[in-house]
Design a protein around this ligand. Structure first.
Ligand SMILES: Cc1cc2nc3c(=O)[nH]c(=O)nc-3n(C[C@H](O)[C@H](O)[C@H](O)COP(=O)(O)OP(=O)(O)OC[C@H]3O[C@@H](n4cnc5c(N)ncnc54)[C@H](O)[C@@H]3O)c2cc1C
Length: 295
């Protein structure tokens, strides 16, 4: 297993912000994953699981960042009129949305257009345009923090808006999706969503997607716009002009700038509307040494 010291984490996030990791581990097998988990527990080294880094902003991490990028691959088969897809956690979600377009599969294609991995998307219960990834999940295989592997029906797990039991319960290793062919062509809707994203989201700039969860029925972006955060900048980081709830990094943005921007946005929204915004994006840094934990 590759283990790198002092790795520049900005290279592993879509917003290109990051300090350094004491260690970056790149497990290639379940055994590697087991070993890195065990060692970090025994040596009290904090651990962070990384998928595509599209919902993560790093500072310095005095611990081990475990990238699942080498644990990838999908198997597809058809059974009793359904298409089953089994995907390892580090597989780009795009492989499934592209398959859905090719095979004209219902629903899941709507999760197109963000650079997630399957494991990260399940951990975040990613959703867009009326669907959430949990809607298609049949079964999950995960390793708990004691190294035991479990296979569990998705119905037994508690998913809600951008929330799942992971990574608290352990590392998602693989996911089984049950999909159906659509009775009408999905290509048109796929194209519509792709164009809408291009028009309304700063996808050509380094970003980490939605910063805050929507305090439903209100939209975080609208509230941020109303309190003047659209385009609000601190150093190299700003709330996007195109989408007020997306942060963009125009150069050498830092987690300190992000933290200050988030504080300012939360303060303004609370003062104006009495609503407490909750982060969707994960800010990850640790320089403490207070025992083993999952960041
Ligand atoms: C342009 C853009 C548009 C976006 N649009 C959307 C959108 O429409 N809808 C939406 O929901 N999100 C959106 N996002 C946010 C982001 O893509 C999603 O949250 C995505 O699911 C994160 O996946 P990831 O693999 O990048 O996760 P990461 O950022 O790497 O990790 C996210 C969380 O998942 C955990 N995790 C990762 N892998 C595992 C694993 N194998 N087991 C257990 N825990 C794990 C991490 O520890 C972390 O807590 C967007 C992002 C961008 C950049």
């Amino acid at each position: 297993m590759e283990l790198v010291q002092g790795f520049d984490l900005s290279r592993l996030t879509s917003i290109r912000i990051g300090g350094r990791a004491r260690y970056l581990a790149l497990p290639e097998s379940l055994e590697d994953l087991y070993r890195v988990t065990l060692i970090s527990r025994e040596k009290d080294i904090p651990l962070f699981l990384l998928g595509g880094g599209s919902n993560t902003i790093f500072g310095d991490v005095n611990g081990v960042v475990v990238s699942l990028s080498k644990i990838r691959g999908i198997k597809v088969w058809e059974e009793k009129g359904h298409i089953f897809v089994e995907a390892l956690a580090g597989t780009p979600l795009k492989e499934i949305t592209s398959l859905a377009l090719r095979e004209n599969l219902e629903g899941i294609y709507r999760l197109l257009g963000f650079p997630a991995t399957v494991g990260g998307a399940v951990a975040m219960n990613a959703g867009a345009f009326g669907v959430e990834i949990k809607d298609f999940l049949q079964e999950i295989t995960y390793m708990d923090w004691f190294g035991e592997v479990h296979k569990i029906s998705a119905r037994e797990l508690d998913f809600s808006y951008r929330k799942s039991p992971f990574p608290k319960e352990g590392v998602v290793i693989s996911c089984l999706f049950k999909l159906r062919r659509s009775s009408s062509p999905v290509a048109e809707d796929y194209g519509r969503i792709r164009d809408l994203r291009k028009r309304t989201q700063p996808i050509n700039l380094p970003t980490s997607g939605s910063t805050f969860k929507n305090p439903l029925p209100k939209r975080a972006g609208e509230l941020l716009e109303k309190v003047g955060m659209k385009g609000f900048r601190l150093g190299d980081v700003a709330f996007s002009e195109k989408h007020s709830n997306f942060l963009v990094n125009s150069g050498r943005g830092t987690i300190e700038e992000v933290r200050k921007l988030l504080e300012e946005a939360k303060r303004r929204v609370y003062e104006e509307f009495g609503i407490k915004l909750e982060e969707e994006v994960r800010l990850v840094e640790d320089s403490g040494s207070d025992g083993w934990k999952v960041l």
